[in-house]
Design a protein around this ligand. Structure first.
Ligand SMILES: Cc1cc2nc3c(=O)[nH]c(=O)nc-3n(C[C@H](O)[C@H](O)[C@H](O)COP(=O)(O)O)c2cc1C
Length: 216
């Protein structure tokens, strides 16, 4: 099976927002589409490792912000390369609150959704959700997953490197040694000691597990 064929399915890029008690969480998703018009409903697929997903399971509601081609690449890095479990991602972007849920400022459109059905898959969970409200923000071109793969990802990665750079000078535990991802070279420099990260923690750059990190 040639999985590259899957990239020819057209997707946009969206910021998914949810609540974790009083805290706001979120992630980048591309697996979204409208599936009905009565009621207006969308399908959303979330990775089972996503912290935002675990919050949606509790609250059964989420927001979606449609990103435009001119979006700051850091918005994608912020929501797509790190987990809300450890980071307050919404503090790093401009947003407004609609029905208690966060939406990215200047997004092309935004939706507030309530989960109707949930279908578990091995890697993901598929949600069918009713669109409770829709805001038709501004008129511009949406960023697609194809844009991300063909040229935008480079800018996203650069913006994330700049974001994490200032932390790199920090004194690390293990006598100056650092935990390094053997797949993509990401150097862990979070505030939580690497050993204390949960077993399901994954590399924010390439998504592999803790077992593929080495102390160097
Ligand atoms: C371009 C791009 C597309 C993504 N699409 C999805 C998606 O459709 N569903 C999903 O659950 N995660 C997707 N992700 C991964 C999540 O955004 C990422 O794992 C995020 O760090 C999860 O954050 P959380 O733990 O705070 O939920 C995508 C990431 C990127 C960079």
């Amino acid at each position: 099976m040639d999985l590259d064929a899957m990239y020819k399915l057209t997707h946009g890029l969206y910021v998914l927002g949810a609540k974790d008690g009083e805290r706001l969480v979120g992630s980048i998703v591309d697996a979204v589409m409208q599936v009905a018009n009565k009621p207006v409903a969308i399908a959303l697929s979330c990775s089972n490792t996503s912290y935002t997903k675990s919050c949606i399971d509790k609250t059964k509601e989420f927001s979606l912000s449609v990103l435009c081609k001119k979006v700051d690449p850091f918005v994608v890095a912020n929501f797509g390369f790190q987990s809300s479990k450890n980071v307050n991602k919404w503090e790093n972007v401009e947003y407004s609150v609609c029905d208690n849920l966060p939406v990215v400022k200047d997004s092309l459109a935004s939706f507030i959704c309530k989960v109707l059905y949930k279908y578990p898959l091995e890697s993901n969970t598929l949600y069918v959700a009713e669109v409770i409200s829709a805001d038709n923000g501004k008129n511009d071109n949406p960023l697609t997953y194809l844009d991300y793969r063909s040229y935008f990802k480079k800018d996203v990665m650069e913006s994330f490197q700049k974001f994490i750079q200032p932390k790199k000078g920090k004194e690390m535990s293990n006598e100056g040694k650092k935990w390094v991802c053997t797949v993509c070279g990401y150097v862990y420099d979070g505030d939580v000691p690497f050993e204390d990260l949960p077993d399901d923690w994954v590399c924010p750059l390439c998504g592999v597990g803790k077992d593929l990190f080495e102390l160097q």
